[in-house]
Ligand binder design. Structure first.
Ligand code: NAD
Length: 253
C-alpha cells in the first residue's frame, strides 16, 4: 500500500475503475460467480451472456424481464467500498469513477463523477420512439413492459428496454472516451473488483501515464504481475483501510 499512499500525497487526480466485485458486499452476484451462472442456465436454458445479449432480448424479452426482476431489481444499497470512493473525494481528491457496473450504486453512494460504461439499470427507454422511463410507471407492471406513448405496437416495436449495453452492442462513445481522457490525466489509477475479462474496458489501463497503478481484487487478473500495488482481499475492507491510512498520513503532514 505504501507506494499508493506516496502517490496520493503528491497527486490529486484519481481514477477508480470498478467492476462487479465492488458490489458483491451489497448482495449483487458477480458475473462469473459459478452458482449464479448455473442458476441462470437451469432457469432460462441459456448462458448469462446469451440472456444479456441484444438479439436474445428482442427474441425473448420475457426471459430478460424475469431475470431482471429476480436478480437485478436492485434493492441493493451501497457498501463500505462505494463509500470509500466518496470519502476519497471528501479528502480533496478529484475522483472519477469508471465503472462496468450497471447497478447505480456509486451514484447512490454520492460519487460526483461516475462514467457508467455499460449503461445502467436505473433508466429505460422505448426501442421504437425512445420515450424515457424510470421503471415506476404502470407499463412496468406487465411481464414485458411496452410503451404506451408509442402507438405502433406489434411485438418487437414499442418494447421498453433497459439503458444498458447488451452483449453484441457497441459501447456508447461518450463515456468511453471521457474515461480514456480521465485515465490519461490521472496521477493514480485504482482498479477494483474486476476480473478484467471484458474488453474494451479491460484495456483501459494502457492509457495510464501516472505514478501508481494499483489493483484491489479478491481473485486473479491478467494484470496481477504488472501493477505497482496489489491488494488482495475484500474491497469493503481494503478500500476503507486505504482511506484510513491515507487520512492518518495526510493529518500527520
Ligand atoms: P467479474 O465477475 O468478471 O469479476 C469480479 C471480480 O471481483 C473477480 O475477479 C472477483 O475475484 C472480484 N471480487 C468479488 N467479490 C469481491 C470483493 N468482495 N472484494 C474484492 N474483489 C471481489 O466482473 P467484471 O469484471 O465487472 O465483469 C462483469 C461484467 O458484468 C461487467 O461488464 C458488468 O457490466 C457486468 N456486471 C455488473 C454487475 C453490477 O452492476 N453489480 C454485476 C455483475 C455483472
Amino acid at each position: 500500500m505504501e507506494p499508493l499512499i506516496q502517490s496520493l500525497i503528491t497527486g490529486k487526480r484519481v481514477v477508480i475503475l470498478t467492476g462487479a466485485g465492488i458490489s458483491a458486499a451489497s448482495g449483487l452476484p458477480t458475473f462469473r460467480d459459478p452458482a449464479h451462472l448455473q442458476a441462470v442456465q437451469d432457469t432460462y436454458g441459456v448462458t448469462l451472456e446469451t440472456l444479456l445479449s441484444y438479439s436474445f432480448f428482442y427474441q425473448h424479452p420475457e426471459a430478460f424481464w424475469a431475470y431482471f426482476r429476480q436478480y437485478l431489481g436492485l434493492h441493493a444499497e451501497p457498501n463500505a467500498a462505494h463509500q470509500a470512493c466518496v470519502d476519497l473525494e471528501s479528502l480533496g481528491y478529484e475522483v472519477t469513477i469508471v465503472t462496468q457496473n450497471i447497478d447505480g450504486l456509486h451514484e447512490a453512494a454520492g460519487s460526483s463523477r461516475v462514467l457508467a460504461l455499460h449503461g445502467d439499470l436505473l433508466h429505460f427507454y422505448c426501442s421504437s420512439c425512445e420515450t424515457w422511463y424510470d421503471g415506476t410507471e404502470p407499463e412496468f407492471e406487465a411481464d414485458v413492459p411496452t410503451c404506451l406513448t408509442c402507438q405502433s405496437n406489434p411485438r418487437g416495436q414499442g418494447l421498453i428496454r433497459p439503458n444498458l449495453v447488451f452483449y453484441q452492442e457497441e459501447l456508447p462513445e461518450s463515456p468511453y472516451w471521457d474515461a480514456v481522457q480521465a485515465i490519461k490525466e490521472a496521477d493514480v489509477l485504482i482498479i477494483a473488483g474486476t476480473s478484467l475479462q471484458v474488453y474494451p474496458v479491460a484495456g483501459l489501463w494502457q492509457f495510464f501515464n501516472g505514478t501508481c497503478l494499483a489493483l484491489f481484487n479478491e481473485g486473479p487478473t491478467p494484470l496481477d504481475n504488472f501493477v505497482t500495488v496489489k491488494e488482495l482481499g475484500k474491497l469493503e475492507q481494503s478500500l476503507p483501510k486505504l482511506i484510513q491510512d491515507l487520512t492518518f498520513v495526510l493529518n500527520s503532514h
